[in-house]
Design a protein around this ligand. Structure first.
Ligand code: ZN
Length: 431
């Protein structure tokens, strides 16, 4: 509020002095006034320019920047996706204003570097109340059907903003208001405040998550130059149909889904949760039960289909797609935040074990956490490196990988148990 008052009063002060000085140009008093005017003009222009220089210096912003650095310092958790390679565009609160023609104080954030402050001629549109995305690369001829409907394409940033960023070598960037004001977010903000959520940690998790969408998935969908591999088979199904049919098409289906998630959460608790309670054998058992209960739920889905562009696909395929597209992305954000010490497994467990209409936000990350717990981070990283360039859901979906590795692990364990039994069998020793 202090900044708003300063920026509006400074130009008024100088205007008054200049007007007086031009009325009496010859007297000694007026020479003094002219001098005052010159000083006042210099001061006010320095102040007007300094409004953007003042942005992002408050303690909440400083904390947000520190938290961004923390997630940027985490080694890749998914294939070679490296969050620290990508810039962020930060927009200051509207209280910070430059000149009339440059109303938005902004800054480019890059890991390990000082903020690069810029003044933008307009505020770029947001995709949701929490963030925006700018993608000014052109769309290639082999873009997916419906590419024009993707928010980042449909609601382009003003061309002057895109140009200002391009002149700094930035074509794609995730955008945040910093600091994030939860009170301005309506009901979502109220829920976050009630949950005592830390805006900086939410933004750090989102920065990793949304940058992954923007830099890993969008270039594949929009046929743009890419840094990372992403499966070409990933084409988003109709999410409303997926929610309503596949997850909740009948009371039996809803119940079966609930039970399935409970089994998966049990596997998470045993394989990946609090280290004092870890039990790999129990984790593997629950993981096998989860595979069985999912197969049983698939039978209930029977002939249900979900729209994917102009064709219709099975519920199984639609769920696989979303477990990869959103579930894996959710896990990447969470695993990075956990490694950065910004969250813990008990905090993550809350929404995983709860009820979300889009259950792939639970089942996707949970399966990856269970594999992480059972196989270790290096093995999981190799799995993600197999998923990223995969050519079909049969090999590249999270659930296909989960099933494959859990079965192999169970077989290995079965063989070593049998060997242990043989070794301890007194009859074998004596004959
Ligand atoms: Zn997402």
């Amino acid at each position: 509020m202090d900044h708003a008052a300063r920026s509006s009063s400074a130009p008024l002060e100088s205007l008054t002095v200049v007007r007086i000085s031009t009325v009496h140009p010859n007297s000694a008093m007026n020479r003094a006034l002219l001098l005052c005017a010159a000083i006042a003009t210099a001061l006010s222009s320095a102040r007007a320019q300094s409004t953007c220089a003042d942005a992002f210096r408050d303690s909440l912003s400083a904390n947000t920047l520190r938290v961004f650095e923390r997630v940027a310092s985490v080694a890749p958790v998914w294939d070679d996706y490296t969050f620290s390679r990508h810039p962020l565009l930060l927009l200051a609160d509207s209280a910070y204003r430059g000149h009339a023609e440059t109303p938005v104080c902004a800054a480019v954030w890059r890991a390990g570097r000082p903020l690069e402050r810029i003044e933008l001629s307009a505020r770029p549109p947001f995709s949701t109340p929490l963030y925006g995305m700018i993608d000014s690369d052109s769309i290639g001829p082999r873009a997916i059907d419906g590419a024009a409907d993707i928010a980042v394409v449909a609601r382009k940033a003003p061309s002057a903003v895109a140009a200002a960023l391009r002149s700094r070598g930035i074509a794609r960037v995730v955008v945040f208001n910093v600091p994030m004001n939860l009170a301005a977010l309506g009901r979502l903000g109220e829920m976050l405040i009630a949950a005592k959520a830390d805006p900086a940690r939410i933004q750090a998790d989102l920065a990793v998550h949304e940058s992954f969408h923007l830099h890993s998935q969008f270039p594949t969908w929009l046929d743009q130059t890419r840094t990372y591999a992403w499966p070409a088979w990933d084409l988003q199904p109709d999410r409303t149909e997926l929610r309503q049919r596949c997850y909740a098409g009948s009371p039996e289906l809803s119940e079966a889904l609930k039970a399935e998630i409970q089994t998966l959460v049990a596997a998470y608790d045993a394989a990946s949760g609090d280290s004092s309670k870890r039990d790999a054998a129990a984790g593997l058992r629950h993981a096998q039960q989860f595979i069985e209960s999912r197969a049983a739920r698939r039978k209930l889905q029977d002939t249900m289909t979900v729209a994917q562009g102009r064709r219709r696909i099975s519920c199984a395929q639609a769920e696989d797609l979303m477990e990869l597209e959103e579930g894996a992305t959710q896990w990447i954000g969470h695993a990075t935040s956990l490694a950065a010490g910004l969250t813990n497994s008990a905090t993550l467990r809350g929404p995983y074990a709860g009820t979300q209409a889009e259950a792939f936000y639970q089942t996707g990350p949970l399966q990856l956490w269970v594999l992480d717990g059972l196989l270790g981070r290096d093995a999981l990283r190799r799995i993600t490196t197999a998923i990223a360039p995969s050519t079909a859901p049969e090999t590249g979906s999270v659930h296909a990988q989960f099933t494959n590795h859990v079965r192999r692990l169970a077989q290995r364990r079965g063989r070593s148990d049998a060997a242990a039994t043989r070794r301890s069998d007194p009859w074998r020793e004596h004959h």
